[in-house]
Unconditional design. Structure first.
Length: 257
């Protein structure tokens, strides 16, 4: 926004084809005239990480049936036309739902792909089982899922946030752990974690002077090469084919201290 303190709220209708859910990730992606919002994950009946708060058998069954569909099909909102679309994906994790994870997006230097990184979270119905510690990538415009990094059970977290201070870095902030087990209920390692978006490796330390431009990981390039994912709507296909004016994005890095 060019002018601060003059913002106004406006309610935009959500089409009946957009399914209700709680705690998804909503990611702005630079395609089309004003970008699109991609809604990833979420669950229909959320429960929080407290064993005292449980779902009924019917609520649990409903979530187990419907919530995985929020990864196999994502909702896309075109900011310019104010239009919603439902777009199937390929390669989504089987029979899995994610909620209260975090995301960042990294675009190929030539704008040929836009990669949404999703880290952590849990299924929204099992607060006492180990939380997710994997990193997955949803690559647009093919809408292909790629598993980028495996994790370990005691390192998983939910309720955290992710930011991208540099083109090749994702910083994970905060979160909480599974309610199960006997470990002290603090996130493993540190409340702040750093992940390299190009090498797909966790990093032990942060130096504001150390960074590189983003490069699409080879595992993603291999997965999307020759991919033939069909765009479900012709209007959405047109939006995805329209280059965004990236000169409108003003970087704040590099940082000094």
């Amino acid at each position: 926004m060019s002018e601060q303190r003059l913002e106004t709220w406006k309610k935009e209708p959500i089409g009946k084809n957009v399914p209700d859910r709680a705690s998804p990730e909503v990611v702005w992606v630079p395609v089309g005239k004003n970008g699109v919002l991609v809604v990833v994950g979420g669950v229909v009946n959320p429960v929080f990480a407290d064993p005292a708060l449980t779902l009924t058998d019917a609520e649990m069954a409903n979530s187990q049936t419907k919530s995985p569909g929020f990864l196999s099909t994502v909702s896309v909102y075109d900011v310019e036309s104010k239009s919603w679309f439902q777009q199937p994906t390929t390669g989504a994790p089987k029979n899995t739902a994610w909620t209260q994870g975090c995301t960042v997006v990294a675009s190929a230097p030539d704008g040929s792909s836009h990669n949404i990184y999703y880290y952590g979270g849990y299924d929204g119905i099992s607060p006492s089982t180990p939380f997710n510690d994997e990193v997955w990538i949803l690559s647009l415009p093919t809408f292909t899922w790629v598993k980028a990094a495996s994790g370990r059970a005691n390192h998983g977290r939910a309720g955290h946030r992710c930011v991208k201070p540099y083109p090749d870095q994702m910083v994970v902030l905060g979160g909480f752990v599974s309610a199960g087990g006997t470990d002290y209920p603090c996130v493993d390692g540190n409340i702040v974690q750093l992940f390299n978006l190009t090498s797909l490796l966790w990093i032990d330390s942060y130096d504001p002077r150390a960074w590189y431009e983003y490069s699409v990981p080879a595992i993603v390039t291999s997965a999307i090469s020759g991919a033939t994912t069909k765009i479900a709507n012709a209007s959405l296909a047109t939006v995805l084919e329209t280059k965004y004016d990236t000169t409108k994005i003003k970087p704040h890095y590099p940082y000094t201290y």
